[in-house]
Ligand binder design. Structure first.
Ligand SMILES: NC(=O)c1ccc[n+]([C@@H]2O[C@H](COP(=O)([O-])OP(=O)(O)OC[C@H]3O[C@@H](n4cnc5c(N)ncnc54)[C@H](O)[C@@H]3O)[C@@H](O)[C@H]2O)c1
Length: 387
């Protein structure tokens, strides 16, 4: 462990963990609340290449130590933790730089943008004394946390089908955050899979072993008249380790209202469907609760299955975004760091959520062929193991 003012491990700590945030003028700013409100952490430094934006956010967060150079922040700021909130193609380079200095990392999604990068990240995690977590906050949305608890209690029976959809029209945002035009809509396949796959993967408790990806064609051009390389809607079909099937739809281009949080789960003894808007609500059927095959509102199971922090979230948690989820991600990460607990979404879980999307890009190039998804635990393809 790093030598700082903190005594790590097994429940003991003194002082606060010093946090640096890179990409703080963008999504990194979303981490201010969760770290400011956590009594075990303090934000010590911020970094962004957008100096104007950096100064503004630093003032708002009350942080005086600012850097426009990431490496300089790592060298000088004496950090315990770094938050990677930069565009997706920088996540691995910046995570590896921190891990090599034994600084704990919490990274925005996805974990990596290529298989080569995924291997570099896994190797850096293996060699580092520091810990890594993927900040997959959709796994921390209230209905998703509740379904996870019900699935863990075995009430769905054998789970064999799941769905996740991320429908977020961002043609204009593409022009503002230009990296999206390449990494999200400039490559064909499921380029942004973790929000949809992450929760379903956690519910089913098994990794994806192979994928086939198919697209709906190209119906839009960008402001320059160029066709988007990504097809409007892509479907990534996933074979799970125990033979379950999962369908992930990604659509960042179609003209329509957003729906970034549609999920479904089917088991032999129960099923779940999240809401699709306009008065709909998350609903569940469990054989053990209703012999009549009738939906019940998911929220009726909250008292029975949610932990106290979810049942009655603190004001600070609610203010941090996503109904308290953004706060809980950080709370769990810090708890795992300080108390040597398993990371809730450590490197292998992070890659289980990320690698299928990368392989889907190969599949769609190859006429939607089924392709094996490597297992980062040994980098061999496939395997019928349950996590
Ligand atoms: N989990 C979520 O709900 C969620 C939501 C939005 C974005 N994201 C993820 O967060 C990341 C950032 O997305 P965004 O929408 O904030 O993008 P953005 O472009 O708005 O912000 C990224 C920030 O990083 C800065 N930056 C770029 N290169 C840098 C470098 N080399 N050093 C320091 N700073 C640098 C930019 O100046 C910018 O301020 C992406 O990976 C995206 O996938 C996640």
């Amino acid at each position: 462990m790093k030598a700082t003012g903190i005594i790590y491990g097994r429940g003991m700590h003194m002082g606060t963990l010093k946090v640096g945030i890179v990409g703080s003028a963008g999504r990194g700013g979303g981490f201010f609340g969760p770290f400011i409100h956590n009594p075990l952490t303090e934000i010590s430094a911020l970094c962004d290449i957008n100096v104007e934006g950096l100064k503004k956010t630093a003032e708002a967060a009350g942080v005086s130590s600012i850097y426009s150079d990431y490496e300089e922040m790592l060298e000088k700021a004496e950090l315990d933790i770094v938050v990677i909130g930069t565009p997706m193609h920088l996540h691995v380079t910046q995570s590896v730089m921190a891990l090599q200095r034994n600084i704990h990392v919490i990274s925005e999604v996805p974990a990596a943008v290529s298989i080569k990068e995924a291997k570099q990240l896994e190797e850096a995690c293996r060699k580092s004394n520091a810990r890594y977590m993927l900040s997959e906050n959709y796994c921390y949305m209230r209905p998703n946390v509740l379904v996870k608890a019900i699935a863990k209690a075995g009430l769905f029976g054998e789970m064999y089908f799941g769905e996740g959809e991320y429908i977020h029209e961002l043609k204009e945002l593409n022009e503002v955050t230009k990296w999206r035009r390449h990494w999200q809509t400039g490559i064909n396949g499921c380029t942004y899979p973790t929000h949809s796959l992450g929760p379903v993967y956690q519910w089913m408790g098994e990794r994806v072993v192979s994928v086939s990806c198919v697209g709906s064609g190209h119906h839009y051009t960008d402001q320059h008249g160029d066709i988007y390389e990504n097809e409007d809607s892509t479907l990534m079909l996933c074979r799970m380790a125990k033979s379950g099937l999962v369908k992930i739809r990604l659509d960042m281009l179609s003209n329509r209202p957003h729906n970034m949080t549609y999920y479904a789960l089917q088991g032999t003894e129960g099923c779940y469907e999240s809401d699709r808007g306009l008065g709909d609500e998350p609903k569940i059927w469990l054989k053990s609760r209703s012999k009549e095959m009738k939906w019940m509102p998911l929220k009726e199971l909250e008292e029975e299955f949610l932990e106290e922090r979810w049942l009655h979230p603190s004001k600070e948690a609610l203010e941090s975004g996503h109904g308290g989820g953004d706060y809980m991600v950080i709370e769990d990460f810090v708890d795992a760091v300080l108390n040597d607990k398993p990371m809730p979404i450590g490197i292998h879980e992070a890659l289980d959520m990320t690698l299928p999307g990368l392989i889907s890009q190969e599949s769609i190039k190859n006429g939607s062929a089924w392709m094996d998804v490597p297992n980062s635990r040994d980098w061999q393809s496939c395997g019928g193991e349950r996590q």
